[in-house]
Design a protein. Structure first.
Length: 234
């Protein structure tokens, strides 16, 4: 006799929480996330389907495998994971659990998800983040990003929080810890495109964008000054 798990038919998708690293594609045209444990080798988009990390052909989540997206029920549990040294650079995600799922005591393992929001912690220096910058590591075809303030961005590849939200798409909302949400949704739940980007941003988001641009300008000016000094000495 086969034991069957009880089935649930919720009226709306369950909400879950997890941590992940923001990533940017090598060509700079796509943004997404990569997990911190088993699924870290498979970056995923804001709206995506789970795939078996072992390369098996069954659909995730399979009862006899540990594949599928994973999340916990409570945000405090996911946030606590950010205290560990190896996860300090990760961000906190709020997700909608879509498709088939298996419920556990502390969370879900499931087939499909939509990342609704991402909370970005402070820069390594302790200042509030205004950007996500190249973290110095990644996956094939993807650069990992980490929180950065305007003063620490310098010449690294980076995106403001609002720009990351727009590039990731699907109505993703991104905020710095203690800051406002960015990535305002356009009609039909899509984020505003490049042509309407400025119109969709609030004052605080525009200030952050300006701070990031000023930091880049300051860095380039300092580099130009060094080159000019070398030319004079030569």
């Amino acid at each position: 006799m086969r034991l069957r798990l009880p089935e649930e038919r919720p009226t709306e998708p369950p909400t879950g929480y997890k941590i992940a690293h923001p990533v940017l594609s090598q060509d700079g045209t796509r943004a997404g996330f990569t997990g911190v444990s088993l699924g870290g080798a498979l970056p995923y988009g804001v709206l995506d389907d789970a795939r078996c990390v072992y390369g098996r052909r069954h659909r995730a989540p399979h009862r006899r495998c540990d594949c599928g997206f994973h999340c916990v029920h409570e945000s405090a549990v996911a946030e606590a994971m950010l205290c560990t040294a190896e996860h300090r650079a990760a961000v906190l995600l709020e997700v909608s659990v879509l498709g088939a799922y298996i419920r556990f005591e502390r969370g879900f393992r499931y087939a499909r998800q939509r990342v609704r929001g991402a909370a970005v912690g402070p820069c390594d220096c302790g200042a509030t983040a205004v950007a996500l910058a190249d973290a110095g590591w990644g996956r094939p075809g993807w650069r990992a990003l980490s929180a950065a303030c305007a003063g620490c961005v310098r010449g690294r590849t980076s995106l403001s929080l609002a720009s990351f939200a727009r590039l990731a798409g699907e109505g993703l909302r991104v905020r710095a810890t203690g800051g406002p949400l960015t990535g305002v949704e356009g009609p039909g739940g899509a984020t505003a495109g490049p042509g309407g980007a400025a119109a969709s941003l609030g004052v605080s988001e525009l200030v952050a964008e300006a701070a990031l641009l000023q930091a880049r300008l300051d860095w380039f000016q300092s580099q130009l000054g060094r080159l000019q000094d070398r030319g004079t000495q030569g």
